[in-house]
Design a protein around this ligand. Sequence first.
Ligand SMILES: Cc1ncc(COP(=O)(O)O)c(C=O)c1O
Length: 403
Amino acid sequence: MYGDRFTLNDEDRYLATLYQRFPINIARGKGATVWDNAGKEYIDCMGGYGVALVGHCNDRVVDAIKRQAELLITAHMSTYNDTRLRFMEKIASVAPTSLNKIFFANSGAESVEAALKFARKYSGKHGVIAMNGAYHGKSFGALSVTYNEKYRKSFMPLLDGVKFVSYSDPSLLEEAIDDTIGTVILEPIQGETGIIVPPDNLLPKIREICDRRNLVLVFDEIQSGLGRTGKMWAGQNWKTTPDIMCLAKGIAGGIPMGLVLAKQEIMDSMKLGEHSSTFGGSPIACAAGIATMEALVDDKLVENAAQMGLRFREGLSRLKEKHKIVREVRGIGMMIGVELRFDVKDILFDGIRRGLLLLYSGRNILRLLPPLVMNEVTISRVVDIMDIILTEEEKRRNVSKYG
Ligand SMILES: Cc1ncc(COP(=O)(O)O)c(C=O)c1O
């Protein structure tokens, strides 16, 4: 019924080989479920790498896109548009009040690029401190503050003046500050590196250092923001507000959008034309963004992420007790990591066979970024399927020697 003509190989014939690909051809989705082109059903804990935040084909988002598509799809930022205004009002109503100016981009990396430029312009300094393990995207600026050597090594020289420091030790950050440094950038919870939750004092301490040393603090909330951790912003878990915040992924229900929220004085340091984007702030993305915000706030998906995230981690922690190959279960809300003692590749593929889509972080960490609409029944099913997968994996690996 769904696209029978396409096999997995047909896409690969055309595509640049830049992605680790999985043997699944997704044809449609609803909520936390997707179906492949043969009609097989999967529970989606991959969530399009966190993009399917308010669920696949969320009714509010679908209706908003349909309505806006018949009205106006594109309107350049040099013109005004009421849908864009309504979206900004929605974002402003949930954003930290100090971050009262908005720049529209179209992806995560683009938001980070813009944030780095804004911070440099305002501080007058080119140096940036980023964190060991950080992931901020793969365009040149974003890559310059991304830690993983695998992504960086073929593209040197990157931006000058970036220093990496330990993610968990603010004293090392303070030591790294010199006259060149104007910006500190970090993910409140590191996603790509394996759902690394900071120690409780870290974010407030870094905030205090940035205030004292006059540095612009940028939070990359691209993966952790918009309710993912059970709070609208992950920084709220530690009552810490940055000077600039980057958003993207699920912000427009799956339509590309990136956003930079910043303090007025930082945005005011930029002159007309010093940054721009042709597609930024498109009415279709803004309409989808309004619907996404309504789903998060009016449908209480942020609260659901807090409650269901707890259930999820309880279930997974039971699996940790039972299965020796599970080293740790961690995370906040619906941003969950399961660290194993082995490579997770076979587990991901077994998941696909058994109707469960999972994500990975590095070689041995399973990452779960489920849609925030996921309910308790589905979570129990996920835990049951993972129980079976882990049992099989332990049998295959004859894991008793770890007992
Ligand atoms: C924290 C963080 N920053 C930036 C990015 C880059 O976003 P994009 O792939 O949309 O450029 C990602 C993507 O995974 C991310 O998780």
